[in-house]
Design a protein around this ligand. Sequence first.
Ligand code: SOE
Length: 387
Amino acid sequence: MAKQRLNVGLVGCGFMGRAHSNAFRQVGKFFDLPQDVVLKAVCARTEATAKTFAENWGYETVETDWRALMARPDIDLIDIATPNSTHAEIAIAAAKAGKMVACEKPLGRSVAESEAMVRAVEQAGVANMVWYNYRRVPAVTFAKQIIDEGRLGRIFHYRAKFLQDWTISSELPQGGAGLWRLDAAVAGSGVTGDLLAHCIDTAMWLNGGISEVSAMTETFIKQRVHVETGKVQAVGIDDASAFLARFANGSLATFEATRYARGHKALYTLEINGEHGSIAWDLHDLHRLDFYDHGDTGTLRGWRSIHITDGDHPYMKQWWVPGLQIGYEHSFIHQMADFLSGLAGTGGAVPSFREALATDNVTDAVLRSARDRQWAEVPAATGQSAS
Ligand code: SOE
């Protein structure tokens, strides 16, 4: 039977535009899905950029204004891989045009933007997802299975860190390609929305909703030249952010993210301690899950490091033979595979816009708490999916 075609219109040609395009190209080759993903159009502000990108990845056509994609009947899914300040406008226009929407994280720059985006996709009834890709690293998905099977028992502690060091130099400007992450007007926030958002998404997926937080943030370099104005301007983002949290299930947590941890490039780690066992995971060794089972015979008890490369491990039978590893880019492919199988009603789930809003409610409470120097409540999370 001929497969349905799902025509993608990508907006944005940076790091995430490449990660998403790779997922679109690979997903149908490794997963048996009811749709064929077609790279229909790519949009960038300059034609030359769009054309070079289109030639490299195999997009059929190019646009230089994303609005043109909305008017095209041959586009089914709008994929947003642009800086945060453009997410809301593009997503809302896409929903109004009846397109499915996939959006890079975080959803909006603020809760208000994210709520408007949720309203738009829900009113239009269009499929939607946010690229919180780390859920789809097989070891992290396997951690979810272990927790859901009750192997850890009651959870007492959740600990997560996301450490980088790429903004330590005061010579680094703010604004422009990549460096828009340092410009609060474009990014919304600093490491809270960029890095902690990943940790929070994974945490709530694994351990349920977060009810309150107590945070501190710091901007170590308070002025930087702005690429667009050429002037030295105040830096409005948080360079580092750390918070204590209580989950709705009673467990306690600590979270930390920074771009000033010299020597760490992208060290995302998490550890969960429960009544019967613990698990730990580290992005630098992403194909391993460390597991401690208190039910083991006393003399043999100890942390085991499970190589998540067996055909029985999540997603792994789609890849190579047992023992051979996969990497970062595969998490995006898995997310696309789940999105497509979810569309076909065969299960699978992704973080929807509504779930991503729950993450934004936490990051918003983190920034509020840091500003007010007191505990902040998180509005009740709704819509966290079970898978
Ligand atoms: C920032 O350096 C960044 O690229 C984030 O924007 C991504 O979401 C994260 O996965 C890696 O780090």
